[in-house]
Design a binder for this molecule. Structure first.
Ligand code: SF4
Ligand code: SF4
Length: 385
């Protein structure tokens, strides 16, 4: 394993880089994991800086680069950036909405060596999908984009974020993935960070709906073996154990924001007391090894009980720090999604209550000042620190 720090114990090398090239996006999904305070175009890193970051990532041992956003094809230099990945031997995955200028740039991206496309689909029924994404006429653009991806022979993954507004369409997402020739489908129940946290009452399904969706996926996995891989992300609030967020804090992934701030996971900025470093001030290797934000929750020393003495502590690494902050008011607490957390019963209760209420209207993602949308922790009544 590569060592990347000159100062501390030997660290594993990061394997993935999430490059959030821009927060600009034609869609306005109410479950978007981007922060409430979106970066503006004027503050985005320039081409040369992204190319330097990618070169440093390759040097660190990164294998996969996820070209993301926002909508990454909104960048005028997306082809140049993708070409840099190819030249450096980095596997490039375009995470796209497939709308706006995405189709017009696809052939050029293919020509410079793009490896994979992950296309988001908000719904199966066009009217429902466009209501969720907040953009009319998006669905035909997505379908045309998917068709061209497979014509080019690029591997296609469909990403469907599931919530109470589309959970009745899980079978339809599976059929759509088969019809479009996707190799993989992500049936990803909403994770409640960023805009999804604000919209949680509008998005939370009930337990019976969740269980049904899991049964549908399990049956389809059997039926479509060898044809379609289906990844299922179960909703934290109804889970027994949490997920290892980002593969464990500071263990596998780095996330660079449009302005160059480097995060251990895409929601980490919600933990206000953390100090984040920028690629404009530090090398990626220095950030990975020494940035206070990366060292804060790496490993197990920071854990409290029950995580500290739990035999799963090096499997899920205590779950999600951002969710611990949002729900427990303490980023170092056991993720309340875990059934061993003292707050877990309240999490379940909260989910059940919200799912039983009439859903409020979506709060659509917008660029601008959204600080007033920050919500208090519903379990502790403490403002998140
Ligand atoms: S979740 Fe929706 S709004 Fe957010 S970046 Fe993706 S497509 Fe755009
Ligand atoms: S107590 Fe902590 S380490 Fe154990 S399963 Fe729950 S979150 Fe994971």
């Amino acid at each position: 394993m590569n060592a990347v720090t000159p100062t501390g114990p030997v660290l594993p090398a990061p394997v993935g880089l999430l490059a959030e090239l821009t927060h600009r996006c034609p869609l306005r999904c109410p479950y978007c994991s981007n922060p409430l305070e979106l970066d503006r175009r004027s503050g985005e890193l320039d081409t040369a800086t992204w190319q330097r970051v990618l070169t440093e990532a390759a040097g660190l041992g990164v294998l996969h680069v996820h070209l993301s956003g926002g909508e990454p094809t909104a960048r005028n230099d997306i082809v140049e950036i993708t070409e840099t990945c190819a030249k450096l031997g980095l596997y490039s995955n375009l995470i796209t909405s497939g709308v706006g200028g995405a189709l017009a740039k696809l052939d050029a991206l293919y020509d410079v060596g793009l490896d994979h496309v992950q296309l988001s689909v908000q719904g199966v029924d066009a009217a429902n999908a466009e209501k969720i994404g907040g953009l009319k006429n998006a669905q035909p653009q997505k379908l045309a984009f998917a068709e061209r991806v497979t014509q080019l022979g690029l591997p296609l993954t469909l990403n469907s974020v599931i919530h109470r507004g589309n959970i009745h369409e899980v079978e339809g997402f599976i059929d759509l993935a088969v019809k479009l020739g996707a190799k993989r489908l992500e049936v990803a129940h909403t994770q409640y960070y960023g805009w999804a946290y604000v919209n949680r009452p509008a998005l939370m399904p009930d337990k019976a709906q969740v269980d049904r969706s899991i049964r549908i996926v399990e049956a389809a996995r059997e039926r479509l073996k060898g044809q379609l891989v289906i990844d299922l992300v179960v909703p934290d609030y109804y889970a027994k154990y949490p997920k290892a967020c980002a593969g464990g804090w500071g263990r596998k992934l780095m996330n660079v924001t449009p302005a160059g701030k480097v995060l251990p996971c895409h929601a980490a900025e919600t933990i206000k007391q953390l100090e984040f470093w920028y690629v404009t001030d530090h090398s990626l290797g220095d950030i990975w090894a020494n940035s206070p934000a990366f060292t804060a929750y790496r490993g197990t020393d920071w854990m409290q009980e029950p995580c500290r003495s739990c035999d799963r502590r090096e499997k899920d690494w205590g779950g999600c720090r951002c969710q611990a902050l949002a729900l427990a008011g303490d980023a170092a607490a056991t993720d309340p999604a875990c059934s061993l957390s003292p707050l877990h019963a309240k999490v379940r209760e909260l989910a059940t209550e919200e799912a039983a209420e009439t859903p409020p209207d979506y709060v659509y993602r917008t660029i601008g000042s959204n600080a007033d949308r920050a919500v208090r922790s519903p379990l502790t009544e403490e403002a998140p620190q």
